[in-house]
Ligand binder design. Structure first.
Ligand SMILES: *Cc1c(COP(=O)(O)O)cnc(C)c1O
Length: 467
């Protein structure tokens, strides 16, 4: 085999640049991008010829050079971050972007974001406004708090609260509540960053009223309660509820701060979910400052919402850190839209995707699972496809013990292994992330929006994923 001849058959760059397809690519993208793709593909082709022992294959690759350049340019312009189909049944999947935003909310959001908006402009008075104004009143109305604001995420909220209220002082917290949330967010570390000194009281399983009382000194600036949202201490346990802390805090004129984590605004026990303390409940019991995530059980954009007494919220709004932690216009707009849904519980459950998924009845999920299952069965794929009962999880560190009865479509491939199928599904144009249990690929229908059924069926059929 004459490798020299093969190398010589690779077209020169100037010749390639005359090619119709390449010229169109340059027109559409840019000369630089296309040149980069040409160099990448030529290098790959030379390497292929160098290693290849099959002359026909080498010739074929040379002929495909333009096509490969085209593909490489297209890939350079395809966003790496894209839609995936969540078949895991984990509703707040941290790796898959936690809470999805409703399509109607997103449509209105894109209108705001593609133009100018009154983000920080008071239209009534024609002067500078506040970015929190769009949702502050709503939050107060829904939760009963005096004032509200929001920062980038709840980790930032905890940091801002402690920095504003307790920098250089002490904050008392129970050893049973020294939470690590994941992604290395640890309450003790955040406190250190904020400049507050942590005073731990009690033990892992038991903290008493007296523990708090005897820990309070001249230096104490706040009492902190952290909701153990992602784990439960069960058995011989005792903790001090927020309403019991209020009187001691009042006596010493210090605020009680509660980090609720999940921040649920409606009582989910009505829908068969374990009762999770609501934000309203904390405020009603007398917490001075409460913070929670925007994209956990609330089902909104990523944010750390802070509510409570006006004098404390004002201190935070004035803190220099706020400038670094502030939310952007997307978040401000999305928060307002999502919170408006909460003015009626019925609307919230219907229009906030996270709540809709959590509260969907098993009957309803089963009906949809049957639909997806039949669509797949009709295609005659080389696999056994059937309904399979399963359990969904809330995820995102919320309600860790909760399991919601659900229905999945189970796929048992005939020609390939389950591990192989899982991998291929991950590499589809719209990747499908299934749950793999006992050598079965499950698609939990609770977390799959109906608009994806066709995409799933077509991808599994057309791509021969199962062959
Ligand atoms: C999740 C959580 C946080 C962190 O919230 P993010 O919005 O993810 O930053 C903080 N505290 C508690 C108790 C949490 O559950």
């Amino acid at each position: 085999m004459n490798k020299n001849m093969l190398y010589r058959s690779i077209p020169k760059v100037d010749i390639l640049l005359e090619d119709e397809t390449i010229r169109e690519l340059i027109e559409r993208y840019s000369r630089d991008t296309v040149m980069e793709a040409i160099h990448i593909e030529m290098e790959r082709l030379r390497k292929f010829i160098g290693e290849c022992e099959d002359e026909e294959a080498a010739k074929e690759q040379t002929e495909l050079l333009t096509t490969h350049i085209e593909r490489t340019v297209a890939a350079m312009h395809t966003p790496n971050m894209r839609t995936v189909i969540n078949g895991t049944g984990t509703i707040l999947h941290t790796n898959l972007g936690r809470a999805p935003i409703g399509t109607e909310h997103m449509r209105r959001l894109s209108e705001i974001a593609t133009g100018y908006s009154n983000l920080e402009y008071n239209l009534e008075e024609g002067r500078r406004g506040e970015r929190y104004s769009h949702f502050e009143k709503l939050l107060c109305k829904i939760t009963g708090a005096e004032a509200a604001m929001a920062v980038n995420n709840n980790a930032a909220a905890v940091m801002l609260i402690l920095s504003s209220l307790a920098k250089g002082g002490e904050v008392v917290v129970s050893r049973g509540e020294l939470v690590e949330i994941g992604g290395k967010f640890r309450i003790p570390d955040v406190m250190e960053q904020s400049g507050a000194v942590l005073v731990e009281v009690g033990t892992t399983n038991k903290t008493h009223y007296d523990d708090y009382e005897s820990a309070i000194t001249e230096e104490t600036k706040a009492l902190l309660k952290v909701h153990t949202s992602n784990y439960r201490i069960v058995g011989f346990t005792e903790s001090v509820d927020i309403d019991e802390l209020i009187p001691i805090a009042k006596k010493h004129e210090i605020p009680v701060v509660e980090d609720l984590g999940s921040g649920v605004l409606i009582d989910l026990s009505k829908y068969g979910i374990t009762y999770e303390p609501t934000v309203q409940n904390s405020i009603a019991k007398g917490a001075d400052v409460v913070c929670f995530s925007g994209d956990k059980l609330l089902g909104g954009p990523q944010a750390g919402i802070i509510i409570g007494r006006k004098k404390y919220i004002d201190m935070m709004k004035k803190n220099q850190l706020t400038r670094a932690l502030r939310i952007d216009k997307f978040t401000a707009a999305a928060l307002e839209m999502v919170l408006q849904e909460y003015l009626s519980e019925e609307n919230a459950v219907k229009n906030v995707p996270v709540l809709r998924m959590i509260t969907r009845s098993l009957q309803d999920v089963t009906k949809d699972a049957k639909k997806l299952c039949e669509l797949l069965q009709e295609k005659g794929l080389p696999a056994r496809i059937e309904l399979s009962a399963c359990e969904s999880q809330i995820g995102g560190g919320s309600l860790p013990l909760e399991r919601i009865p659900s229905m999945a479509v189970a796929i048992h491939p005939e020609n390939i292994s389950v591990a192989e199928l899982e991998e291929r599904m991950r590499h589809l144009p719209v990747p499908i992330i299934p749950r793999v249990v006992n050598d079965t690929v499950l698609l939990d229908v609770r977390t799959i929006d109906e608009r994806f059924y066709k995409v799933i069926v077509e991808q599994l059929k057309e791509m021969d994923v199962l062959e």
